[in-house]
Design a protein around this ligand. Structure first.
Ligand SMILES: Nc1ncnc2c1ncn2[C@@H]1O[C@H](COP(=O)(O)OP(=O)(O)OP(=O)(O)O)[C@@H](O)[C@H]1O
Ligand SMILES: O=P(O)(O)OC[C@H]1O[C@H](OP(=O)(O)OP(=O)(O)O)[C@H](O)[C@@H]1O
Ligand SMILES: [Mg+2]
Length: 403
């Protein structure tokens, strides 16, 4: 890596390393330097940046400045951006961004952490190149742009938003009218070496891989950045491979999914670089903290706390009645506490207060079961966090890292 100084008449700084300008990717061994006229903001640096290749430049070596900050990549725009910030906020990890056009931010609760807002595909590319350590994106993006790179580790694979599937779709009409599965599509006599099945997709890594894995031979791919659902009607392709969520876009464009045509089910994930977690100071600890907070929040989001009063002769007898009901087991069984009262000058126990966690979806059933075993005064409240002794994902991460 090198720095080159130009004459004062041409006040241009030249860089050949990402340590000099955080926008540029590291790892180039050839001499490509970037000219920039202003120092910040980074966006204008990119705009004013032009690569020059120096053949015999006289260069002075710069001391290699290793970055010390931990870097988390978050989607800068698109449908994942807002929900990602929402998830972090719900985990008490609010991102502090001074201006929406500024691409760097921080999370005050996490020391030495920089947040970099990037397009999802660039987050994955930059984790692979070592310019980011962690990122939150859709699994589809990790799979497409990570291309099975062994350095990428899914730290949390179910952040519970951004649900969609990468799926093949074909027209409902014409030669496809009675085709309803991948097998039927593959068997159509129309596809030959000279006239392959033409698929339009933005997933040019996963698409061909899936077709090959499923034994489809005569297939060709074309690509576009969006509105792929128009391609068949425009005569550009026979089928498309794109993300589907509600299915509305397919329906409105006269397309249908087929059995066996789902390449991948996706949702938001937390992904990290194995190398960073092992080698870079603090990355593993920060990953642990983010993971714990995510798990505690997501676990709690699916549950309610239910408290009720129950008459009984002992805590054990009350617990037995509760545990006789399938929906009342709670996370680790019920908490049963005596409610003391004073009668005829004596302190005694008539009631027990019970506390259980119940899945949100089973709330009403649980209330009915509680009443059936003598529960009264049922109170239901939201749960904010459930911290387990140790999260199973942390154990599995350590295993993957060989730690
Ligand atoms: N229809 C959808 N419903 C739910 N999640 C989706 C849907 N489409 C995409 N996603 C998820 O959101 C991620 C980001 O998609 P989005 O379209 O916002 O960004 P992008 O595709 O990177 O940007 P652009 O479409 O502008 O190129 C996808 O990688 C996927 O995980
Ligand atoms: O099943 P649905 O709920 O209708 O969602 C599917 C659509 O959503 C995505 O497009 P997006 O909105 O990101 O537009 P784009 O094509 O410009 O990326 C995807 O590429 C589909 O076109
Ligand atoms: Mg999109």
């Amino acid at each position: 890596m090198a720095a080159v100084t130009t004459s004062p008449a041409a006040p241009v700084q030249l860089f050949a390393s990402s340590s000099a300008c955080p926008c540029l990717s590291s790892g180039s061994s050839f001499i490509v330097v970037y000219a920039r006229r202003r120092r910040f903001p980074c966006r204008s640096v990119v705009a004013a940046t032009s690569p020059l290749v120096l053949a015999d430049a006289k260069v002075e070596p710069l001391l290699k400045q290793e970055r010390t900050a931990i870097r988390l990549g978050l989607p800068s725009k698109g449908r994942m951006a807002e929900e990602t910030l929402g998830l972090l906020k719900n985990c008490q990890l609010s991102v502090r961004q001074l201006n929406p056009r500024q691409y760097v931010a921080d999370i005050p609760q996490l020391a030495n952490l920089e947040v970099w807002f990037q397009r999802p595909k660039d987050i994955v590319r930059k984790i692979v190149s070592g310019d980011l350590d962690l990122g939150i994106v859709g699994l589809d993006t990790v799979s497409e742009y990570g291309q099975d790179n062994e350095d990428l580790v899914l730290v949390h694979d179910e952040l519970q938003y951004g649900d969609c599937r990468l799926s093949i779709a074909i027209p409902k009409y014409g030669i496809f009218e009675s085709v309803n599965s991948l097998e039927e599509l593959a068997k159509m006599p129309q596809w030959t070496k000279d006239r392959p099945l033409r698929i339009a997709t933005g997933f040019t890594y996963l698409g061909p891989k899936f077709m090959k894995d499923n034994g489809l031979e005569h297939v060709s791919f074309s690509t576009a950045d969006g509105a792929l659902e128009a391609a068949p009607a425009m005569g550009i392709s026979d089928a498309i491979l794109d993300l589907v969520s509600s299915g509305t876009t397919l329906r409105e464009n006269n397309l249908k999914e087929i059995e066996g045509g789902i390449v991948l089910r996706s949702q938001a994930v937390l992904v990290a670089s194995k190398k960073s977690m092992i080698q870079r100071n603090g990355v593993l600890d920060t990953t642990h903290e983010i993971l714990e907070r995510f798990e505690a929040h997501l676990r709690a989001a699916g549950q309610f706390t239910v408290t009720a009063n129950m008459r009984g002769s002992s805590a054990l007898q009350v617990a037995e009645r509760i545990l006789s009901q399938s929906s009342l087991a709670g996370l680790q069984g019920p908490t049963v506490s005596p409610v003391f009262c004073k009668r005829d000058g004596k302190v005694m126990v008539d009631y027990y207060a019970i506390v259980i966690c119940v899945p949100r979806k089973e709330l009403y059933k649980s209330v009915q079961q509680l009443r059936a075993v003598g529960g009264s005064g049922v109170l239901v409240s939201n749960l904010t966090y459930i911290f387990e002794e140790e999260t199973p994902r942390w154990r599995s991460l350590l295993l993957q890292l060989g730690l």
